[in-house]
Design a protein around this ligand. Structure first.
Ligand code: GDP
Length: 295
């Protein structure tokens, strides 16, 4: 992931790493290269500009021009800025409910159902939780079957109501079932559409209102770049979600979504999906991601 961005950033530091005497012109060229690399990674123009402006200010403040190793200092400044662009610190999911209700949102194909299974598996195996998965995508029988298969794989029960087309009622009944049977996390998968539409938004807003979830996660395909950011904004305006899940980071995603989403919607990225298998999930640490980008 982000290979191209990593290569480009590495190259942009070359000028500063290779020369004895550093001039303001060298720094300006490096910043220009960094900005181009960010734009090519599908980072929004304004974010890329602000990023390099901030780096420039820090570079001048920390006297890059007279530093013994200006290249290294610059890499550190860029790393810190990348970390802060992606949210600064790791933010975990809120599991304080009794039971905790986690609502999944996002477009069809973003990876919601797969991620629901991954999260249930993670909470079960790493946090000793007892999750219940809920099939709330009532329009696609295939989605219900997919969740059932996932549930079997990870040995987590899946709540379904054959023939019931009301996801609000299903979600409420599932929570009741969880209380009765002692499940402490209820993960509600919901229907998505290929594009944002009013009916989908109304439906998920109604589920939110009815079940008052501890956590609403917005799941988005990182390969969709700036579209991912725009969709995030639309969902957040409507749902005021709590965290972002970036899926398909194992593909050749350019990185724009990972770098931009946080500053556009001001919500943390909490998890990433790194493959189709049920254990292909990572919690998101901005500093570790910045390390990976800069190699
Ligand atoms: P939903 O419509 O949002 O529920 O999306 P699905 O969970 O059905 O996922 C859509 C497709 O993306 C499926 O083929 C998944 O196997 C695939 N997928 C989901 N997450 C990832 C991921 O992190 N990496 C890769 N490579 N594929 C993924």
């Amino acid at each position: 992931m982000f290979e191209n961005l990593s290569d480009r950033l590495e190259k942009s530091f070359k000028i500063l790493k290779g020369q004895g005497m550093i001039t303001e012109i060298n720094v300006a060229e490096t910043l220009k290269d960094i900005r181009r690399a960010l734009l090519d990674a599908d980072v929004n123009f304004r974010i890329a500009k602000k990023f390099t402006d901030d780096v420039k200010e820090k570079a001048l403040g920390q006297q890059v021009l007279t530093a013994v190793k200006p290249g290294q200092l610059m890499v550190k400044i860029v790393k810190d800025e990348l970390t802060s662009l992606m949210g600064g610190k790791f933010e975990d999911v809120n599991l304080t409910g009794n039971p905790t209700v986690i609502l999944m949102s996002g477009l069809q194909g973003s990876g919601k159902t797969t991620f629901s299974g991954k999260l249930a598996n993670l909470l079960k195996s790493k946090k000793g939780r007892h999750p219940l998965l809920v099939a709330g995508d009532v329009y696609r029988p295939a989605a219900i079957d997919q969740l059932k298969v996932l549930g079997e794989q990870i040995n987590v029960p899946v709540y379904t109501e054959e023939g019931n087309m009301d996801p609000v009622k299903i979600a409420k009944a599932a929570i009741k079932e969880a209380k009765n049977k002692g499940y402490d996390v209820v993960i509600v998968d919901t229907a998505g559409r290929l594009a944002v539409d009013e009916q989908m938004m109304n439906e998920i807003a109604a589920i939110k209102k009815a079940v008052d979830p501890e956590e609403i996660l917005f799941v988005v395909d990182s390969m969709t770049g700036q579209d991912a950011v725009n969709t995030a904004k639309e969902f957040n305006d409507r749902l005021d979600f709590d965290g972002v899940v970036l899926t398909k980071l194992d593909g050749d995603t350019r990185g724009g979504a990972a770098l931009s989403i946080r500053s556009v919607v001001e919500k943390p990225i909490k998890f990433v999906g790194t493959g189709e298998k049920v254990d292909a999930i990572d919690v998101f640490h901005p500093d570790r991601m910045a390390d990976r980008i800069l190699g």
